[in-house]
Design a protein around this ligand. Structure first.
Ligand code: ZN
Length: 134
């Protein structure tokens, strides 16, 4: 007599659902990415790592509409300084990719002309944080 071997059906194991988390830029609360309230605000200190079109815009993330409105209001009062944006572009060029060897090359990488680069450097030097190690 032949015995039928009973096998347990194995359920296909589902991969665990990946939940991406976000942080509120105002209060630091953590929440699921889908619950985030996000948008862009003008900010001359913000440059995009990969796309010059987004330079001068900062993506803000909030836990809800009230904190989003508060963040947007904070940035509305922040001055937008062209030299600060140029300095951020220069910083990106100096810290990403192959080394920049000349002012001409820096101009090509940033899209800035030499007078703009000099104004950005002057702005940067005027806004250095005070040194505490002197
Ligand atoms: Zn919040």
């Amino acid at each position: 007599m032949r015995k039928w071997k009973r096998t347990r059906r194995r359920r296909k194991e589902r991969p665990a659902e990946i939940i991406r988390l976000e942080l509120c830029d105002l209060c630091g609360a953590t929440f699921a990415e889908g619950e985030a309230v996000q948008g862009f605000v003008p900010d001359s200190s913000a440059v995009s790592p990969g796309n010059d079109c987004w330079d001068g815009l900062r993506r803000i993330t909030a836990c809800g509409p009230a904190h989003f409105a508060a963040l947007r209001e904070n940035y509305r009062h922040r001055p937008f300084t062209q030299e600060e944006l140029w300095a951020a572009k220069i910083d990106r060029a100096l810290t990403e990719g192959p080394p920049v060897l000349s002012l001409l090359e820096l101009g090509c990488r940033t899209g800035l002309h030499e007078p703009d680069i000099r104004r950005a450097i002057a702005w940067h030097n005027e806004h250095l944080p005070p040194r505490t190690d002197l």
